[in-house]
Design a binder for this molecule. Structure first.
Ligand SMILES: Cc1cc2nc3c(=O)[nH]c(=O)nc-3n(C[C@H](O)[C@H](O)[C@H](O)COP(=O)(O)OP(=O)(O)OC[C@H]3O[C@@H](n4cnc5c(N)ncnc54)[C@H](O)[C@@H]3O)c2cc1C
Length: 593
């Protein structure tokens, strides 16, 4: 496998690899990583879909990529996916998956046309004092000191950031900036999270720095991601003959590891099949070296628990099959990673979201005031999250294009609310989010939306229905880590197995993204089948001087460069540079005049 960029490889059609016909493939988990991996085996490896089986513990595909109407509770989205144009592997996948909305179009066509007609942007990113404009006005407010810290992190070798937390690397100056407020709420970073991950994000999204404050950097699907992404892909895989076995929990994998020969082979998959009247049954399959197994290790939504309008979402700290499986696997070989780094610190990896469905026109009127757009227009509404800066929960909320579910009635609005600080008491309800029912979370949100205090209890009880969801491991991949904590997608010497999903190691890409899961699925399929085409490299903006200069200018809130030399020396340097391409570029990007 190798990485490539550009049209030559993008449009190339790989030939069928040798020996494909004698193989079978097994996937553990029916999340996006597996669905993508199976699709690449079929499309690019030309493997028959009928030889592929996907084993999933739950009763439906999609894993973390959800959107469901829970019986008696209401609509639930655990998250809303911020997406962008440079999800290279993801768009490479969805260009080939037929849309279920538009006859003859692909999912990519559908997404592209939607964004052309209705591009995303936010008209109100931050509020304070119960729904007032916080006037962050697109500024980053990074002091010279904070800018230096960002530059230092950007230039530091990866190893220097390993095992460190963000608040060990940045000073109070940085943590008080608008930049950090935008960043942490949009990407769900906490101060105690990994400095390495923050560094990787800075590189990965450097081309989007200018689009962070108003979210012109982002794009969203038409409906929730289950309906817009998972369903079309699932249907396409079924059409190709792929078998899905739901209610099947994989408990272990056996390996034959020959250290001296440097050869590692998976030899058996063990599972439990449940949900039948007869109870749980054990099953397994033997794997020869031509039988491939792709295992999703860990899961950000493992053990996530729904509450409802009158019940808080419980924190489930009990047995977690996704993590237990990885722990069992990791016992076989040091190269299979260290799951405990990610799954044994729930206090630092949990957070909670809630899906609020409004039931009449009263709450949408307040939404419209802040979004400055009609929530019922069918078009972009908030254009990404709105953060209540002075919320003690650090609460953010978003209204995507409505309807967000096909089943939604036209007078409802589905709102996603989340908090980064789930243990601190709220400003209206005086309880932590973790202890709140759906109704109480709605009250806290309405307070920060600017609803008069006297009206809050009635509106929360009668004009909305909310489902809170606690996710114990949702940011587990952001916990500080060092090289080797995540196994390689295909560990050295592996002949028939790969690790996929958010906890497998792939170069330069950033976790907590759909792209990361698709990328690991693609890399695994390409490596194990020996597919001759290149895997698209992570978008290379971090090596593009234009992106770097544009980012630098924005990080300085448009201020020109000042060199640590006397003014007349700076003038002379700028004049000299002015006669070169460097000077032209500096001027073009507003760093000198
Ligand atoms: C709240 C939230 C917000 C998000 N925001 C964004 C965003 O803004 N942008 C973006 O691009 N991405 C976002 N994501 C991330 C994205 O949705 C996920 O990274 C991606 O969907 C993960 O897919 P996966 O296949 O790697 O893992 P998962 O979806 O976790 O899939 C793993 C699957 O394996 C199954 N499984 C686990 N253990 C076993 C076992 N032992 N046996 C059988 N099956 C098992 C699980 O049930 C699950 O279905 C967000 C996710 C969440 C939850």
């Amino acid at each position: 496998m190798y990485y490539s960029s550009g049209n030559y490889e993008a449009f190339a059609r790989p030939r069928k690899p040798e020996g494909v016909d004698g193989r079978t493939a097994w996937f553990v988990g029916a999340g996006l990583a597996s669905l993508a991996g199976a699709a690449f085996l079929i499309r690019d490896g030309q493997m028959a879909g009928s030889t592929i089986t996907i084993l999933e513990r739950l009763t439906l595909p999609g894993g973390a990529l959800d959107g469901i109407k829970a019986p008696k509770k209401g609509f639930v989205i655990r998250g809303g996916r911020e997406m962008e144009d440079h999800m290279e592997c993801l768009w490479d996948l969805f260009r080939s998956v037929p849309s279920i909305e538009i006859e003859g179009a692909s999912v990519l066509d559908e997404f592209y046309w939607l964004d052309k007609d209705d591009p995303n942007s936010s008209l109100q990113r931050v509020t304070e004092k119960q729904g007032q404009d916080a006037h962050t006005d697109g500024l980053f407010t990074l002091s010279e000191k904070a800018q230096k810290e960002v530059t230092k992190m950007f230039l530091a070798p990866r190893a220097e950031m390993e095992g460190k937390r963000i608040n060990e690397v940045f000073s109070a100056d940085f943590l008080a900036s608008n930049f950090w407020l935008y960043w942490r709420t949009m990407f769900a970073f906490e101060e105690w999270h990994s400095a390495l991950e923050m560094k990787l994000y800075l590189h990965r999204f450097v081309h989007h720095i200018g689009g962070l404050p108003d979210f012109t950097a982002l794009k969203f699907t038409k409906y929730n991601q289950y309906e817009s992404l998972v369903l079309p892909l699932y249907r396409w895989l079924l059409d190709q003959g792929v078998t899905f076995r739901f209610s099947t929990e994989v408990t272990d994998l056996d390996f034959d590891i020959n250290i001296s020969a440097g050869r590692k082979q998976a030899t058996r998959i063990h599972w439990l099949t449940g949900g039948t009247p007869g109870g749980v049954t054990e099953g397994s399959v033997e794997l020869g070296e031509k039988d491939l197994v792709f295992t999703t290790i860990g899961s950000l939504t493992e053990n996530s628990t729904d509450g409802d309008q009158h019940t808080p979402a419980a924190l489930n700290e009990g047995p977690a099959p996704a993590w237990d499986l990885w722990k069992n696997i990791a016992r076989n070989d040091r190269a299979f990673g260290r799951p405990e780094v990610f799954c044994e610190n729930i206090a630092e990896s949990k957070w909670e979201s809630a899906t609020v469905t409004t039931l009449d026109a009263r709450i949408p009127a307040y939404i419209e005031k802040i979004a400055k757009r009609d929530p019922f227009s069918g078009k972009v509404v908030t254009g990404g999250i709105v953060t209540a800066r002075d919320s003690s929960w650090l609460l953010s909320w978003t209204v995507n294009r409505q309807p967000h579910f096909k089943q939604q009635s036209p007078d409802q609005v589905v709102v996603w609310v989340y908090s980064l600080l789930v243990d601190t008491p709220g400003d209206f309800v005086k309880k932590s989010m973790q202890d709140c029912t759906g109704e109480e979370i709605t009250q806290e949100w309405l307070f920060h939306l600017g609803v008069p205090v006297a009206d809050i209890p009635d509106l929360a009880a009668n004009a909305a229905q909310a489902v809170p969801v606690m996710m114990p491991y949702v940011t587990s991949f952001f916990l500080p880590r060092v090289a080797g904590d995540r196994p390689q997608v295909v560990p050295e010497g592996a002949v028939n197995f790969a690790f996929i999903g958010q906890f497998a190691e792939t170069t330069r890409d950033t976790i907590f993204t759909t792209e990361y899961s698709v990328r690991t699925g693609m890399e695994a399929a390409y490596q194990l089948l020996g597919i001759e085409r290149g895997v698209p490299e992570v978008f290379n903006s971090t090596y593009d001087v234009r992106s770097l200069l544009a980012a630098m200018s924005r990080l300085r809130d448009g201020a020109e460069l000042t060199l640590p030399v006397p003014g007349f020396v700076q003038k002379r340097i700028v004049k000299k540079l002015g006669s070169t391409e460097i000077g032209e570029l500096l001027t073009e990007f507003g760093l000198t005049s």
